[in-house]
Design a protein around this ligand. Structure first.
Ligand code: ADP
Ligand code: MG
Length: 252
């Protein structure tokens, strides 16, 4: 088991009182699996990723990553935030090798891996450019390469594509889906976009309004083997969409 959440709860203590964000969340992920989490805005999705990343501690329950209890951030887990967060004054090369540099892992092997990723995703000629000289889609690919540079086994994607316009989002998410499969990563994507979740993942977890509880878990087996675009054209896609839409609507 790559990720194992058992009865996880988190209540924030803030100056205005307690905020119950997550209540009794349990699910498991196998190695190589792609799971999406959908839920209303503010329900606790980012909180859930922070817990798995080791940035927050649960109030109750257990979180295991690759068989070990999570205590602090580990290099096993790569986190890709909503904004690409590239430093505008640094070159693409400096940006994508930043994480290994901070961890003192900027070894020749790491540099080779980054060079190969840049080549594979058509960015070699842009290594010396600044982020402002690239399109939104290219920057998002750079952000992914930066996340992959340290070779994490698990990728956490927090609404990573929502800042992009619709067309770019479609092509970047198809791209990223392929990259994740090629690199054989275990991936957990948080999104409020039902179509994005169904087009990319193996299973979809539907959360309720805050405090987030699991409302349903859908196995997308009927869509297995289809790319994101083919999925969007299929009958089964519409079936899942309507189902999840209704589950979310109950709260709105
Ligand atoms: P989502 O990502 O689903 O939009 P979040 O996980 O960011 O939701 O937030 C869930 C709830 O927890 C929100 O009501 C938010 O205001 C609250 N929250 C998030 N972080 C903190 C924090 N550090 N302290 C107090 N409350 C927080
Ligand atoms: Mg969020």
């Amino acid at each position: 088991m790559m990720i194992d959440l058992q009865h996880v709860a988190l209540t924030y203590q803030s100056p205005d009182g307690e905020v119950e964000a997550l209540r009794d969340i349990s699910f498991q992920m196998e190695e190589g699996e792609f799971l999406s989490i959908v839920g209303p805005s503010g329900c606790g999705k980012s909180t859930l990723l922070s817990l798995i990343a080791g940035l927050e501690r649960p109030t109750a329950g257990k979180i295991l990553v690759d068989g070990e209890a999570v205590r602090a951030p580990t290099p096993k887990v790569g986190f890709m935030p909503q904004q690409d967060q590239l430093f505008p004054w640094q070159t693409i090369w400096a940006n994508v090798t930043l994480a290994p540099a901070i961890r003192h892992e900027n070894t020749p092997e790491t540099q080779d891996r980054v060079r190969e990723l840049l080549a594979r995703y058509g960015l070699t000629d842009f290594a010396g450019k600044l982020p402002g000289q690239l399109s939104g889609g290219m920057r998002q690919r750079c952000a992914l390469i930066r996340t992959l540079a340290t070779d994490p086994k698990i990728l956490l994607l927090d609404e990573s594509f929502s800042a992009l316009d619709y067309q770019t989002r479609l092509s970047v998410s198809a791209d990223i889906c392929r990259i994740i499969r090629q690199e054989r990563k275990t991936a957990l994507l948080v999104t409020h976009d039902i179509s994005e979740a169904i087009s990319m993942s193996d299973r979809v977890v539907v959360l309720s309004r805050r405090p987030a509880e699991i409302r349903a878990i859908h196995d997308l087996a009927p869509l297995q083997g289809l790319g994101p675009m083919e999925r969007r054209d299929s009958e089964a896609f519409r079936g899942f969409f309507n189902l999840i839409w209704k589950e979310l609507e109950l709260d709105e």
